[in-house]
Design a binder for this molecule. Structure first.
Ligand SMILES: Cc1cc2nc3c(=O)[nH]c(=O)nc-3n(C[C@H](O)[C@H](O)[C@H](O)COP(=O)(O)OP(=O)(O)OC[C@H]3O[C@@H](n4cnc5c(N)ncnc54)[C@H](O)[C@@H]3O)c2cc1C
Length: 287
């Protein structure tokens, strides 16, 4: 299929992009890597009047530290994150998640901001954003606001982004002390998208028991989510096999799982439980 007709603008700055979108918040759409938006346009599931291409705005592509924060610009590509030595050292969950996405071409073009803004139920970044308690910095005609990842993913392909807003930055508090992180995923054999993806970040006490656990799950429900009961089961545990098994058993509590030709809901939950166990063990082992 061929996309419906649209205008195309390449702003030089974020301010210019915000003005272009604000002039027609319902008809204009941000274009980043285009790996989800262009296929949707070709299928005419999306028919924007105007595409505002933010991929070339230099001020939106960066990875840096600022105090106790890690800042990642919205148009930073999966590959830039995967290959960042800084992130490998201070927050290895980010490069691990990036490396699991699609193939080389997809990782070279797709952006973290596009993936988070799109909220695909099988997207990998939403799970990592939740597990890392990310703050998502949104900018629009009325200024800037920061939304917690937990509150950002609202429903299937639906986020808290309001018409006219652009996701500008992903902010993560640097893990400190004794911490371990891991991402485990069952990729769909055709696309690489997550049939199930589990992101885990653990903080350990001096005696090796669990001080804090943060988990994000993707692929199972209509949106990425935090399995709070599993986290609670881990905290203060010794992270031995029994404790991990008991926590992983809870990752689908209260979730209505997706079912499609590839995986039934029951199978997805079983995959989530198995891969949660693996991710927790891998995170603990990486401390
Ligand atoms: C073959 C293939 C395999 C893939 N495999 C995987 C995979 O394994 N795992 C995975 O997670 N993803 C996968 N993807 C998705 C891909 O990696 C991108 O992350 C995803 O398409 C969205 O990012 P993008 O930069 O391409 O966004 P776009 O397609 O440009 O935009 C997507 C949506 O987000 C909006 N948007 C984009 N950026 C912003 C912003 N900064 N602020 C506000 N709104 C914004 C757009 O308006 C649009 O609605 C795959 C894609 C393809 C084509």
């Amino acid at each position: 299929m061929i996309a419906a007709q649209f205008d195309y603008k390449v702003p030089k700055s974020l301010d210019e992009a915000v003005s272009l979108i604000a002039a027609d918040p319902d008809g204009a759409k941000v274009l980043a890597g285009g790996h989800s938006l262009i296929p949707a346009m070709k299928l005419r599931l999306a028919q924007p009047q105007l595409l505002v291409d933010i991929a070339r705005i230099k001020e939106l592509s960066y990875i840096r530290e600022e105090g106790d924060q890690i800042l990642v610009g919205a148009t930073t590509t999966h590959y830039q994150i995967e290959s960042s030595d800084l992130l490998k050292n201070i927050c290895p969950l980010l490069p691990a998640c990036a490396a699991s996405i699609g193939d080389v071409q997809v990782r070279n073009k797709g952006t973290i901001g596009g993936s988070i803004a799109h909220s695909d139920p099988a997207g990998d970044w939403p799970a990592a954003a939740i597990a890392l308690n990310a703050g998502l910095v949104l900018v629009g005609p009325n200024g800037e606001r920061t939304v917690k990842a937990d509150d950002f993913f609202v429903d299937l392909f639906t986020t808290d982004l309001q018409p006219g807003e652009i996701l500008r930055e992903i902010r993560i508090t640097k893990p400190s002390g004794r911490f371990g992180q891991a991402y485990q995923k069952v990729p769909h054999p055709a696309s690489g998208f997550a049939v199930v993806g589990v992101a885990v970040s653990l903080a350990l006490k001096a005696d090796g028991s669990c001080a804090a656990a943060s988990i994000g799950i993707t692929g199972v429900g209509v949106k990425a989510y935090r399995p709070s009961a599993a986290e609670t089961a881990l905290v203060n545990s010794t992270l031995d096999g029994t404790a991990i098994e008991a926590a992983a058993a809870k990752v689908c509590d209260g979730v209505d799982p997706n079912a499609d030709l590839y995986a039934s809901g029951e199978y997805r939950c079983q995959l989530a439980r198995v891969h949660a166990k693996r991710a927790i063990i891998a995170a603990r082992s990486s401390v």
